[in-house]
Write a protein that binds this ligand. Structure first.
Ligand SMILES: Nc1ncnc2c1ncn2[C@@H]1O[C@H](COP(=O)(O)OP(=O)(O)OP(=O)(O)O)[C@@H](O)[C@H]1O
Ligand SMILES: [Mg+2]
Length: 259
């Protein structure tokens, strides 16, 4: 049986085609852009064509992410927390906590032994502690996001970024560049800043090991290192961190269609 999960995030749209609730046939991530419906259609078409499947052969489609309620391609929608919990439990069965850092929010979810979400906390009020913060800084520094991890790993001493607010922190970074501070040390400082925010958020819950790190920001190993340093816990990044929610949606679609 083929099922499809779609995650319509603020930054990217993700889709996963799944066979028999077990095998990932295809997965895709695209920037959200201005026309969410058109991008979603494109991502779904690409995934189906890569998997070699016609839409009519898909048993059930579940949408998640902030755009899920307006998704016309799905049979139903499910909350992000439920989908992320399901995806993380599938990818890392021993995970009891999930930290998801996306483009516009960060969330921490605690999981039961069976992978069900027990509790969660979310920061969706402020760009600090999210991927958006890093995107702004990437622009200001002229360093692509996929190089941030390498830059921070070359740092000799992280520069403390004193402003939490993204707008003020951006001005602070521009000032540091003007004073010829190294980009490596600035980026290490930015990662430490995100890590402190996420760690403070996680402290509102009973965090237990193993801890999985998901979302697009999990692809930035510098953020992983910084959270490990501030929390004193090892983080596990699953093989497919960014499509974790879409994978969870496809798994829930399988559960429902199997009933
Ligand atoms: N190759 C990469 N290297 C470093 N960072 C990356 C990379 N790809 C994506 N990111 C980060 O991931 C973020 C997007 O994450 P993701 O796709 O999980 O967001 P989203 O699900 O659309 O957002 P949300 O869940 O908040 O609605 C970007 O803001 C960026 O910081
Ligand atoms: Mg997301």
């Amino acid at each position: 049986m083929i099922t499809l999960g779609i995650d319509m995030g603020s930054n990217t749209v993700k889709a996963v085609a799944l066979k028999d609730g077990r095998d990932i046939l295809a997965a895709r991530v695209e920037k959200t852009g201005h026309d969410l419906d058109a991008i979603t259609q494109q991502v779904v078409d690409t995934v189906l064509s890569e998997a070699g499947i016609a839409r009519a052969a898909v048993a059930h489609v579940i949408a998640t992410g902030y755009g899920r309620v307006s998704c016309t391609l799905a049979d139903a929608d499910v909350s992000e927390i439920t989908c992320h919990a399901r995806g993380a439990h599938f990818q890392i069965p021993e995970a009891r906590t999930v930290i998801d850092i996306g483009g516009q929010d960060s969330k921490v979810i605690t999981l039961a032994d069976n992978g069900r979400a027990l509790d969660f906390v979310m920061n969706d009020k402020c760009a600090a502690g999210t991927g958006r913060f890093l995107e702004v800084m990437s622009q200001a520094l002229g360093v692509p996001l996929n190089e941030f991890a390498d830059f921070s790993r070359r740092s000799s001493e992280a520069i403390q970024i004193s402003n939490t607010c993204t707008v003020f922190a951006e001005s602070e970074v521009i000032g540091l560049i003007a004073r010829k501070q190294s980009r490596e040390d600035i980026i290490a400082g930015l990662h430490a800043s995100i890590a402190r925010r996420v760690f403070a958020l996680s402290n509102r819950l009973r965090v237990e090991n193993a801890v999985a790190l998901t979302g697009g920001v999990a692809k930035n190993g510098g953020v992983k290192d910084a959270i490990e340093k501030v929390s004193g816990r090892a983080l596990l990044v699953p093989p497919r961190p960014q499509v974790n929610g879409a994978l969870g949606a496809a798994l829930i679609a399988f559960d429902r269609a199997s009933k």
